[in-house]
Design a protein around this ligand. Structure first.
Ligand SMILES: [Zn+2]
Length: 216
């Protein structure tokens, strides 16, 4: 493993700063988390995008959120085929072992993954069509939903609408997991669809009554 390098110095400095301040001031809390284990009440599935700061926008501390991030906050359908399924594994663990009460899917504005899917659907991204493109094949999860936004002429508006569709597609796919639908049906788990506007700091939730996303 000669290719692995030591941590860059700017990160070493930041870590040491954290250890001397945030950690030092809450040492007993960290020790308690270590000995008692995690009991998060909520799972969050968000995009990997570095601008989406899941714990900051909810003021969440260590131990509160079980977080999974992937490109475009997508949940694949339930496929128990013995293959590698990272997202499905996190959902299984959160719901069946940690027994979280809430599962939030958090989409966001200016999502590069969703934009890539739009480009692919419009025939502008041949590189994503390649069988070898992990991003392209991952975005295939969302691709069938493009029909729902295909008629929106304004490109920004279309992208925002498709970002919200990525949240809804994930919620629908979550219910194809038997342990998720069972927990939802017996009231142990509630699912939530969210979308955040990066530039405005906005947050919207999916309202099942109106079928729209509503500002928080
Ligand atoms: Zn994104």
């Amino acid at each position: 493993m000669q290719f692995a390098k030591p941590l860059p110095s700017y990160l070493v400095q930041r870590y040491q700063g954290w250890k001397a301040t945030a950690y030092a001031e809450n040492r007993s809390w960290y020790r308690r988390l270590a000995t008692e284990g995690q009991r998060p009440r909520a799972m969050v599935i968000s995009c990997c995008d570095s601008r989406v700061h899941v714990t900051s926008i909810f003021g969440a501390d260590q131990g509160e959120f079980f977080i999974h991030r992937n490109i475009a906050n997508l949940v694949p359908p339930y496929e128990p085929d013995g293959d590698h399924h990272g997202t499905s594994a996190t959902i299984e663990y959160a719901v069946t072992v940690l027994k979280v009460s809430h599962l939030m899917v958090l989409g966001h504005s200016q999502c590069g993954g969703v934009q890539g899917c739009i480009d692919m659907c419009k025939g502008h991204a041949p590189e994503l069509e390649e069988k070898e493109s992990f991003v392209g094949r991952w975005m295939d999860i969302l691709r069938p939903k493009f029909d729902l936004v295909a008629d929106i002429s304004d490109e920004g508006e279309q992208a925002r609408a498709f970002e919200r569709q990525s949240v809804l597609a994930s919620l629908a796919n979550l219910m194809t997991f038997p342990f998720v639908s069972e927990a939802v049906d017996n009231g142990a788990l509630s699912l939530h669809g969210l979308w955040t506007d990066i530039g405005e700091g906005g947050l919207e939730y999916y309202d099942p009554k109106s079928g729209n996303f509503v500002k928080v």
